[in-house]
Ligand binder design. Structure first.
Ligand code: SAH
Length: 452
């Protein structure tokens, strides 16, 4: 008989879901339990029962997993940020590697060598944070409680730099002092929606951006005066978002003080960061990822490299001095502008950047008989359009280096590339987002020469 709501069952936790919940089986039915660790034996209280699976909460832990550690954050599990603060980092590394192995073997049916996960620092690694702002007796800012729009008032987070908490407090005090309203997402009223902060880890430069439901903010001089207490402050910006939407940033930014951007250094390349440009959230780990991508390209100095989904050009620019030429393609115009400025500021002359959809651009390049030696793919979560993979294969690069923040779509695309003549040689997971359920991975694919 399948499980019923409110039933209490004994359960052994065998592993984790992609979101980081513990999973066990009861009479063949999968049961997902938030906060459970692989190796736990628990009494689970069933709160939702479906035909094929059930969801439980921990009622009692009968036997603790060896991987368990003390949880050091009071907001763990109410906040959707961290999935793994209750298990050791060794256990986390292991399960993330396993997630990559499972995606390639079980989902994509590819027999691939998966290396150990590359790691870096596990605390205060994020260079960007977005705090929702609201009103509840007073101004609150922090993070949304899981699956809700209630804001939990908390400015510090161990994944973020310490200055971010001070900035959030300054903005909250300024709002309270001058009676500046917080956005109310239900009624679509009020002004300040989010406090969005970026820090360039190498230069120490900081950008503070207030996302507002309006065109301007009152008392902006007072805000800037207060923010000047923050070391490294380089830019204060407002971002205008008057839409009734969950999307955080609008398309228009206005600079209130300082520069329109901040500058960081990544793999020795100076990078200009506009508020809207994509930038990897974990600087040190991004360098390790790019070094691995560069190793996979195996540059000798004669290669033409096509960097698809290039953002502000960072991957291609980081290997520009090792190859003959880089061609970058990206859909966001501002990111392409940043890429061109980044090339110029670093006196890099062998990189060209084009704005467009990867699938159109790659077709144009193919029709022009461009034959890159290596193609780098770094698409968003949904992976590559099939046409992109087909056109890339028709260009016959010797290597494809596939960087991804979603291993399931990466594995799916590697299976498609296998049909198109590319063998996935190895995959390296990279822990870009420690303590969260997300994993980055980079795969090396080599053209199958036997078929020719
Ligand atoms: N390689 C960059 C950015 C990776 S994020 C880095 O490492 O920083 C993925 C990028 O793909 C984003 O910049 C996004 O704007 C871009 N993108 C999304 N869809 C695209 C498409 N259809 N064609 C080209 N670029 C696209």
């Amino acid at each position: 008989m399948s499980l019923q709501k409110n039933q209490d069952i004994q359960l052994n936790i065998e592993g984790y879901t992609a979101e980081g919940n513990g999973v066990g089986h009861y009479n063949g039915q999968a049961v997902f339990v938030s906060g459970a660790a692989k190796g736990d034996t628990i009494i689970a209280h069933i709160i939702k029962a479906k035909k094929t699976y059930a969801i439980g909460i921990i009622k009692q832990i009968l036997k603790k997993s060896q991987d368990r550690i003390d949880v050091d954050c009071p907001h763990f599990r109410s906040c959707g940020g961290c999935a793994y603060r209750h298990i050791s980092y060794d256990a986390e590394k292991q399960l993330k590697k396993q997630k990559v192995v499972d995606a390639f073997t079980r989902l994509a049916h590819l027999d691939v060598k998966v290396n150990d996960i590359i790691t870096c620092k596990t605390e205060r690694y994020r260079n960007k944070a977005q705090y929702p702002v609201g009103f509840e007796k007073g101004i609150v800012a922090g993070f949304y409680a899981q699956k809700s729009h209630r804001i939990i008032n908390s400015s510090d987070c161990v994944l973020q730099p310490e200055e971010f908490a001070n900035i959030v407090e300054i903005v909250k005090n300024w709002m309270t002092e001058f009676g500046i309203s917080a956005y109310d997402s239900v009624n679509h009223t009020g002004l300040v929606r989010h406090i969005y902060i970026r820090k360039a880890f190498v230069t120490g430069q900081i950008m503070v951006c207030l996302v507002i439901n309006g065109d301007e903010i009152p008392k902006s001089h007072e805000l800037v005066d207060d923010l000047l207490r923050i070391d490294g402050l380089k830019s204060v910006v407002i971002n205008i978002n008057k839409e009734k939407t969950n999307v955080i940033l609008g398309l228009e930014c206005k600079t209130l003080w300082g520069e329109d951007y901040i500058e960081d250094v990544l793999c020795g390349v100076k990078i200009r960061l506009s508020p809207l440009s994509f930038y990897q959230v974990n600087h040190d780990c991004a360098e390790l990822l790019y070094n691995k991508a560069s190793e996979y390209v195996g540059a000798t100095g004669n290669e033409t490299v096509l960097d698809l989904y290039c953002g502000a050009g960072t991957i291609g620019l980081s290997m520009a001095n090792k190859v003959k030429k880089v061609i970058g393609v990206e859909i966001i115009p501002e990111a392409i502008e940043d890429a061109k400025v980044n090339a110029k500021n670093n006196n890099i002359e062998n990189c060209e950047f084009y704005c467009g959809d990867a699938k159109d651009a790659v077709k144009i390049l193919k029709d022009k008989n461009i034959e890159p030696d290596a193609v780098i793919l770094d698409p968003p979560r949904k992976g590559c359009d099939k046409e992109v993979l087909e056109y890339v294969a028709e260009m016959k690069p010797k290597k494809i280096v596939y960087v991804s923040c979603d291993v399931s779509t990466q594995a799916r695309d590697c299976a498609i590339l296998k049909e198109l003549g590319y063998e996935t040689k190895e995959v390296t997971p990279v822990d870009m987002f420690p303590c969260t359920s997300h994993t980055e991975s980079v795969a090396l694919l080599i053209k199958n020469t036997k078929e020719e």
